[in-house]
Structure formats: C-alpha cells, structure tokens
Design a protein around this ligand. Structure first.
Ligand SMILES: Cc1cc2nc3c(=O)[nH]c(=O)nc-3n(C[C@H](O)[C@H](O)[C@H](O)COP(=O)(O)O)c2cc1C
Length: 313
C-alpha cells in the first residue's frame, strides 16, 4: 500500500476535487462509496450549508471522506471546528498558507494535504508541516497560478526537491492519466472536471454536455496578467472576457456561478473546466469513472511491466 493510500484510508488513491457548490454530499458520497475519497468544498463560503453537508456525509457513507479548507475565504476557525467535531480525518487546504491551522488539525489526528502549483510553494508547504501535496498542473480547471507549469513537469520538479507524497491533479480523466502521473512520481490522483460530468454531479446537463462536447483546445486561461488565473471552457462569455481582458473580480470569483451550474445558462459565469474535458466522451456514474480508471491503470502497468521484463519498450 502506498503512502497516499495509507493517508486516505480508501480502497483507491483517487480523490474528487473540491469544487464550490459542486463538491457537496450527493457527489462526494458517491465517490466515497465507490472506493475513492469524496471531498466537501468550502470555497463557496456558505458556512451553514457546508456544515450540514459535512454531517450529511455521515448518513450517506460509512467510508472515509474529506473536507477542503479554502484558506483565503476562512474568516475564523468555525470550519475547522466542524471538521474536528465531525471526526473528519482528511483535509486538503488551498489558496493560502496552511501554517496557522496545521497544529490544531494535527492535534486531532487529521491528515493534511496542501494544493501547490510550483516547487517553491511545495517547499513552503513542507516547511509548514503538511503530510502531503496536491500537485496542481496548469491543465486543470479552476483557479490557477499565473505561472503555468504542466503537471508532468511539476511532479518531477517537486519530486527532485522533496519527498512528500504527491496526489496529482490537472488534466487527469482516466487510467492513462493516472499511470502517467504515477510514472512521474505521484501516489494518488485528484479529478475535478471528470467528476463535474458525472451522473451524481449536481450541475445542469448543459454544463455536463459542454464538457463532453469539448476538445483538447476547448478551454481558455483567463486573467493571465492578474490573480487568480482561471481555466474555463471556451464560451461566448469567457472568450469575451479574454478579448477585453476583463478582470471584474465579482465575475472572476464566480459571481453568477449558480445560474450556470444549476440553471444551465452557460454565459452567466465562467464554466470552470480543465483541458482533460477534451478526452471525456460521456456522462458516467462516479462508480464507473473510478472502476474504469483503476482497470485502465492496471492494464497499462501490466503491459509496461511485461515489456520491461523482456527488455523491450
Ligand atoms: C468546476 C470547477 C470548480 C472548481 N472549484 C474549486 C474550488 O472551489 N476550490 C478549489 O480549491 N479548487 C477548485 N477547482 C480546482 C480543482 O480542485 C482541481 O484542482 C482541478 O479540477 C483539477 O483539474 P481537472 O479539472 O483537470 O481534474 C475547481 C475545478 C473545477 C473544474
């Protein structure tokens, strides 16, 4: 069993990304019940609902699940209190420094992985005492570092400098991506866009179908000169933003997201998605996504191991 599996306590080292409003109990419990690590988001800032979602998970699954702490949006320690009270044992942190909260989480036996987009941030997270890293390549959907580093480069570059266990995120939608990430040093994967387009994802069919209908060039990197950068599907709205270099913070911080996610108005906000959308060909259940990924991963590993044994490529 590898280090990520030991930390997660799940059947498979496959994590579902935190995604504001999307990563709630229906999706997260489906992922946990299928043997992956379901994560409840906190980036939406809807503290009361998020607390309810964390406790709902205890009724919906008897398997491990985790919570993401979006540090930038945490005004106090109430989300930490919820995590500890609910007995959650796995937390990912993103958008900020985890330093302030590590001590309390560790005291309660919580495993903490921090999301990092560069080697420098990985070393800072290591210094703060995290247990592992979510290594976020620029291919992925959502908020992005202005310095774009592709996942394969980032995994190798971080592994050269630090030995913390790595969960690879960005552009992975199947077992091929998982095998590639493991070859570059990862011991687990995290998928966002793949789970947005799952049966159990709460988003409108328009969003799921737009992901399925997308190609590998179907996303755009927005707000390249500012912070945060964002990767999203090419829509009339996002193309207009790119063209006018609009950096309206309300829009960047997902104003109108509910209209897009739940009413299917693809131009009411930015449709966050990663380049992996181009390889997603259908809406599948969380269980099928996980099982297909694991099967493909083992098929690829077995094939490569056989060829390696024969000294052939
Ligand atoms: C629709 C969507 C919403 C996201 N929202 C968040 C968020 O609220 N907080 C966060 O830390 N990451 C967010 N992300 C980024 C994911 O956590 C993850 O890093 C990314 O999805 C991985 O790349 P992939 O989409 O190619 O799998 C979001 C991604 C997507 C696609």
């Amino acid at each position: 069993m590898n280090r990520v599996q030991q930390h997660l306590g799940t059947k498979y080292p496959i994590v579902q990304s935190p995604m504001s409003w999307i990563a709630r109990s229906p999706l997260a419990s489906a992922v946990s019940n299928a043997g992956g690590m379901g994560i409840i988001e906190s980036g939406s800032g809807e503290s009361e609902q998020i607390r309810d979602e964390i406790f709902k998970m205890k009724d919906l699954t008897d398997k491990p699940f985790g919570v993401n702490l979006a540090l930038l949006f945490m005004r106090d320690e109430s989300m930490l209190d919820n995590v500890i009270e609910a007995g959650v044992k796995f937390v990912t942190t993103s958008a900020g420094s985890p330093k302030k909260f590590i001590g309390r989480l560790k005291e309660h036996g919580v495993v903490v992985y921090h999301a990092v987009p560069t080697v420098e941030m990985a070393l800072k997270a290591q210094g703060a005492g995290v247990d592992g890293l979510i290594v976020e390549g620029a291919e992925g959907g959502g908020f992005k570092n202005p310095e774009e580093v592709a996942l394969t480069v980032l995994l190798q570059a971080i592994r050269d400098k630090c030995d913390l266990p790595m969960i690879a995120a960005g552009g992975i939608v199947d077992g091929r991506g998982m095998a590639a990430a493991f070859a570059a040093g990862a011991e687990g994967i995290q998928m966002g866009t793949r789970f947005v387009s799952s049966v159990e994802s709460p988003v409108h069919d328009n969003f799921k179908n737009a992901i399925v209908g997308s190609s590998e060039t179907g996303t755009i990197y927005l707000n390249r000169k500012g912070s945060p950068g964002l990767r999203a599907l090419k829509t009339d709205h996002s193309l207009h933003m790119a063209e006018t270099e609009e950096t309206d913070r309300a829009v960047l911080f997902q104003g109108g997201a509910k209209g897009l996610y739940f009413e299917g108005d693809m131009n009411s906000s930015i449709a966050l998605a990663g380049q992996g959308a181009g390889m997603i060909t259908g809406v599948k259940s969380a269980q099928d996504i996980i099982e297909d990924t694991v099967r493909e991963y083992f098929e690829i590993c077995a094939d490569m191991a056989e060829r390696a044994q024969q000294g052939s490529f």
